[in-house]
Ligand binder design. Structure first.
Ligand SMILES: NC(=O)c1ccc[n+]([C@@H]2O[C@H](COP(=O)([O-])OP(=O)(O)OC[C@H]3O[C@@H](n4cnc5c(N)ncnc54)[C@H](O)[C@@H]3O)[C@@H](O)[C@H]2O)c1
Length: 381
């Protein structure tokens, strides 16, 4: 590896670009033992990949992701391709002994996630899943405050991930709407998985769920304007019980008018509460029942250099933090995990929990009952 850690990235759209932005700046923002190098990018065609390599700053490109995985000058593989391709690509990288950063949702099912986690464990390959929202300094602060007992015992988690990017019924068909490419979990797999992962991070594992999902726009225009069926949900609601005994309520939607990035959570404890809204991602709201009774109310904690990771970006408090900054933190963690053995979270194994919760909600809605996560996990081994 020498003085550089060389990344190969598969996919050059939304996430491929986010990875390139993060890799370009991570070594400037953080003091790292090695510099990140944008070694190679892969897409579906060689010409397109070459163009993206030029735009994003990668040294080389390929139209064949297998060449990227096998290349001796690629140390770490980043997977930002559509979800149905994650398993095959990650297993190939693991077989080549290369650490993998893979986008969420990790796979199409808990079964696939389990196979991927097992392969990585057997090969002793480091893994990380791109559930980047927990890397926000505000959420890292929330975790510290919960662990320090500042809101007492956690009794409730409420999480939402609502967006409206598919609220127009004439929005064209795409891979995210097909079971084969994105599973039967639509907003449930794409969006609720983020909030389930955050709940896991802040409140521990979930043990049981009951839920209901719905496809509101049942067909969308494919090529030539022909209507094709939508094969997964537009919106989902579910209740959960945590191992700690706390209760949870979750909702996710891709057709929630007016919500652009409506990822929010509220963690309620016996002595206070925390509230976060991704549309105001530099703020954490804190309510303390310990305040004088005539001064009680949610107050805004504005993140600054004393909160995790912020100070590496900027020494001034309150200057803000952004979506791409969370991915820079993710890259920093990945690099330290690979070079110094720093524990990574969420690994493929941690993402098996998220995938199991998603599968349990699917089963709950099919069978109209509460489903234990252990029921899903029990079928994996
Ligand atoms: N963590 C986040 O915040 C976040 C945000 C958006 C998307 N995602 C996840 O990232 C993944 C990709 O999403 P996207 O929106 O970038 O998808 P997209 O469909 O817009 O782009 C996918 C990219 O993968 C490439 N690709 C497709 N098939 C390929 C193949 N066989 N070989 C090489 N490259 C191939 C395409 O050329 C394209 O560049 C999904 O799993 C999605 O859930 C995560």
């Amino acid at each position: 590896m020498g003085k550089e850690i060389r990344f190969g990235v598969i996919g050059a759209a939304y996430m491929g670009k986010a990875y390139a932005i993060a890799l370009s700046s991570v070594s400037t923002i953080f003091e790292l033992p090695v510099r990140a190098r944008l070694e190679m990018i892969a897409t579906t065609d060689a010409k397109g990949a070459e163009k993206k390599a030029g735009a994003f700053g990668f040294a080389r490109s390929t139209g064949d992701w297998r060449k990227l995985v096998a290349d001796p000058d690629v140390d770490v593989v980043g997977i930002g391709s559509p979800t149905w391709l994650h398993k095959e690509m990650a297993l190939a990288a693991i077989a080549a002994g290369k650490p993998v950063l893979c986008e969420k949702p990790l796979s199409l099912s808990a079964r696939d996630a389990h196979d991927m986690a097992l392969a990585a464990e057997r090969a002793e390959v480091k893994t990380l899943v791109g559930f980047n929202y927990m890397r926000n300094p505000a959420t890292q602060l929330a975790k510290q405050m919960i662990e320090a007992g500042e809101i007492g015992d956690v009794i409730h988690f409420r999480g939402t991930h609502n967006e409206d990017y598919l609220m127009d019924p004439s929005s064209p068909m795409n891979w995210r709407l097909k079971a084969k490419y994105a599973s039967r979990a639509g907003a449930l797999g794409d969006l609720a998985s983020h909030i389930v992962n955050l709940a896991h991070y802040l409140c521990g594992p979930i043990v049981e769920v009951v839920g209901e999902s719905q496809t509101v726009h049942k067909a969308r225009p494919a090529e030539g304007g022909v209507l094709e069926p939508v094969e997964n949900d537009d919106q989902t609601n579910f209740l959960a019980k945590f191992m700690s005994g706390a209760l949870g309520a979750f909702e996710a939607s891709r057709i929630a008018a007016g919500r652009k990035m409506g990822l929010t959570y509220e963690v309620t404890g016996t002595k206070g509460a925390l509230f976060f809204d991704q549309e105001r991602l530099s703020e954490l709201q804190f309510y303390s029942a310990g305040d004088a009774s005539n001064r009680r109310g949610y107050r805004t904690l504005l993140i600054g250099p004393e909160h995790p990771d912020y100070g590496s970006f900027c020494i001034g408090a309150g200057h803000g933090f952004g979506y791409n900054d969370m991915i820079v933190v993710e890259m920093k963690d990945m690099i330290l995990g690979v070079t110094e053995g720093k524990p990574l979270w969420p690994t493929f194994r941690d993402a098996v929990h998220t995938a199991s919760v998603v599968d349990a909600v699917l089963r709950s809605q099919d069978e109209r009952r509460w489903v234990k996560i252990s029921e899903i996990v029990g079928e994996l081994s």
